[in-house]
Design a protein around this ligand. Structure first.
Ligand code: UT7
Length: 329
């Protein structure tokens, strides 16, 4: 077998829309309270995309920052992968618009639809393509405008989510010089459409007057099931890294920003302190595929990515699909 080319992270970027939706604002919209939301989730506010923005707009801003950080020109890119479940439209892929707007004229592109695990999965695809020598410079973006599929009459879901985008540029480690890709995992338990989904608009429930009347184009979720699932797989993923590398190697855990209580419960289960975790859920809520790369960029800015130490990124969500991404910074 040919030798694999080591892969690293050359650049990171993030973008969140300016408009904030606070818990107090939500109190005016649904029967909820700042106290309930903070206690049950840790969320205080989330960002909402402007009427003139689509998902590729957010992705573009994050991508530009990641490319500048990597010191690369869009023309250097071989591939653009966009992880999203709220793309500009069902098809064509949002990555095609993103590549066009960036001016990445030599790049191919496609989307990855894996909900909250999207960035973690897409990064592993990118890394494998660089390892094999097929491509050299790959942009991976996680971008979502969840506010467009939220039902603002459903307090079970609308308080939890927000909009944003995060990006990473992967290159051979010899050029990236940091963030060595050590591997990850991609797992699923299918048949869980009833737990967390946007039911309408696909072949199961095509758009119709009836699908609109039944509000099937909005996100539906059984929150408690997701809660239990998330704690279980989060703990399992971190335990696997602990067993293989040991406690001292772990520099920071950047989980999918799902709910502060989920993060705390999982950390308690694995017996690790909360100060190992980077969390920004308070400010952005759950931004699905964008959550890990936004937090990764912010952890980088905060000096939380320690040279030589592991960056562990567990993610989990609709599917049910979960997995992790592991870097050595
Ligand atoms: O990326 C994966 C996406 N999924 C998630 O992020 C969701 C994961 N799950 C969760 O975060 C939690 O399950 C929730 C935050 C959604 C709910 O927390 P919980 O502790 O599991 O509460 P619960 O579902 O057991 O609901 C408790 C009560 C219910 O009232 P009753 O039936 O006991 O009278 C709900 O109706 O809280 C009520 N409730 C609310 N009250 C005020 C649910 N949502 C709200 C709300 N404001 N926004």
């Amino acid at each position: 077998m040919a030798t694999l080319i080591p892969v690293g992270v050359a650049g990171l970027g993030r973008y969140v829309p300016e408009k904030k939706l606070t818990n107090r604002d939500l109190e005016q919209i649904v029967d909820t309270s700042d106290e309930w939301i903070v206690q049950r989730t840790g969320i205080r506010e989330r960002r909402i995309a402007g009427a003139d923005q689509v998902t590729s707009t957010l992705a573009l801003a994050a991508a530009k920052q990641a490319l500048a950080d990597a010191n690369l020109d869009p023309m250097d890119l071989d591939l653009v992968i966009c992880a999203t479940v709220t793309g500009d439209q069902p098809f064509p892929a949002t990555a095609c618009r993103l590549g066009y707007d960036l001016g990445a004229k030599k790049a191919g592109g496609f989307d990855v639809a894996a909900a909250c695990s999207g960035f973690v999965f897409a990064s592993q695809v990118a890394a494998a393509m660089i390892q094999s020598g097929q491509h050299r410079n790959i942009l991976v973006v996680g971008a979502e405008i969840l506010s467009r599929i939220l039902d603002y009459t459903d307090r079970n879901t609308c308080v939890l989510f927000g909009d944003g985008a995060g990006a990473a540029v992967y290159r051979p480690l010899s050029e990236a010089k940091r963030g060595e890709f050590l591997g990850g995992s991609i797992c699923m338990e299918g048949g869980a459409e009833g737990v967390l989904a946007q039911p309408g608009g696909g072949s199961r429930h095509p758009a119709s007057n009836s699908s609109v009347e039944q509000r099937l184009h909005f996100m539906k979720m059984g929150g408690t099931k997701v809660f239990r699932f998330a704690v279980r797989v989060f703990a399992e993923l971190v335990n696997n890294v602990l067993e293989k590398y040991g406690r001292d190697q772990i520099g920071v855990i950047i989980p999918h920003q799902v709910n502060q209580r989920i993060i705390e419960s999982a950390m308690e289960q694995v017996g690790l302190p909360m100060d190992l975790v980077f969390s920004n859920i308070e400010r952005y809520g759950n931004t699905s595929a964008a959550s890990v790369p936004i937090a990764l960029r912010e952890a980088f800015e905060a000096g939380r990515l320690q040279p030589g130490k592991l960056v562990v990124m567990p993610a989990f969500g609709a599917g049910m699909a979960w997995g992790h991404l592991l870097l050595r910074w």
